[in-house]
Design a protein around this ligand. Structure first.
Ligand SMILES: *Cc1c(COP(=O)(O)O)cnc(C)c1O
Length: 229
C-alpha cells in the first residue's frame, strides 16, 4: 500500500520535472512521517527514501533514536526556543525559522555543540493568519540579521500554502516564494544562499515542482491518512 503510493508520488515528481524542464535530482522528496508508525517508515526507507520530515521535536528525536542512522531528518513544524537544544546535531535542515530570537537560540546551541546548523526561513506568502512564517516584505531584513550568526547557514526559503482542493490556486504562492528567493539571491549577501525552496505538500507538490521547489514535503500521499490518537 505505502510502497504503491510511493511509486505513484515518484512518477508524479518525474512527470512534473519533465513538464518544467527540470532534472529529477534537483528535487528531494521528504516523506513526512509525523504520527506514522515505525513499520510504515521502515517500509518507505526500504524503498530507498532517506529524507524524512517531522513537525514535533520529541517525535523526531524518538524516531531518530530508533531508526537507521543514515536517515536525514527535517524539522518542518513550528520550533519552540526551549526545544532547540534537543535537535541540534540531529537534523539535516530546520525548515521553520521565522524569527531572529529563534535563530539566536539555534546559534547559541550550535555553538555549545560545536556544529553549524542549516536552516530555511519560513515565509507566509499567502497572508493566511493561521500560519507561522514571516511576511515576504520582512524576509530580506530577517535573513540579513540571521546571516550574521556564525553557526547558522541560511539555505533558502520554505512556505506552507493554504489548504485547497484546487492545487492550481496555490501556484501564485509558489511563484511568489521563488521570486522572493531570486530577489534575495541577487543581492549576494554573505552567508545567505537561496538555492533551496521547500514548498508543496500532498495536494500541490506537482505545481510546486513546476514553480521551482527543491524540497517537496509529502505525508498523506505516501502514508495515507494520519490518525491522531
Ligand atoms: C504535515 C505536513 C506536511 C505533509 O502534509 P500532507 O498534506 O500530508 O502531505 C507538509 N509540510 C508540513 C509543514 C506539515 O506539517
Amino acid at each position: 500500500m505505502t510502497s504503491d503510493n510511493l511509486k505513484i508520488v515518484e512518477s508524479n515528481i518525474q512527470a512534473a520535472c519533465m513538464r518544467s524542464g527540470r532534472k529529477r535530482d534537483e528535487v528531494t522528496l521528504i516523506a513526512v512521517s509525523k504520527t506514522q508508525p515505525l513499520d510504515l517508515i521502515n517500509e518507505v526507507y526500504s524503498n530507498g527514501i532517506r529524507n524524512f520530515g517531522e513537525n514535533k521535536v520529541i517525535e523526531l528525536v524518538n524516531k531518530a533514536d530508533i531508526l537507521p542512522k543514515d536517515i536525514k531528518w527535517h524539522l518542518i513544524g513550528h520550533l519552540q526556543r526551549n526545544k532547540v537544544k534537543n535537535i541540534i546535531k540531529r537534523v539535516e535542515l530546520i525548515h521553520s525559522v521565522d524569527s531572529y530570537r529563534l535563530a539566536e537560540q539555534i546559534n547559541t546551541e550550535s555553538e555549545k555543540a560545536d556544529c553549524n546548523t542549516d536552516i530555511l526561513i519560513q515565509v507566509n506568502v499567502s497572508g493566511e493568519n493561521t500560519k507561522f512564517g514571516i511576511s515576504p516584505d520582512e524576509t530580506e531584513a530577517l535573513a540579513r540579521k540571521i546571516a550574521e550568526l556564525k553557526r547558522i547557514h541560511i539555505k533558502g526559503l520554505m512556505t506552507i500554502a493554504p489548504f485547497t482542493l484546487e492545487p492550481e490556486e496555490n501556484r501564485i504562492y509558489f511563484r511568489k516564494l521563488k521570486q522572493l528567493s531570486v530577489d534575495i539571491q541577487g543581492k549576494n549577501i554573505d552567508n545567505i544562499d537561496m538555492r533551496e525552496l521547500s514548498m508543496g505538500m500532498t495536494g500541490d507538490y506537482e505545481i510546486a515542482i513546476e514553480e521551482g521547489a527543491t524540497f517537496v514535503r509529502v505525508g498523506t500521499g505516501i502514508f495515507g491518512e494520519r490518525s491522531y490518537e
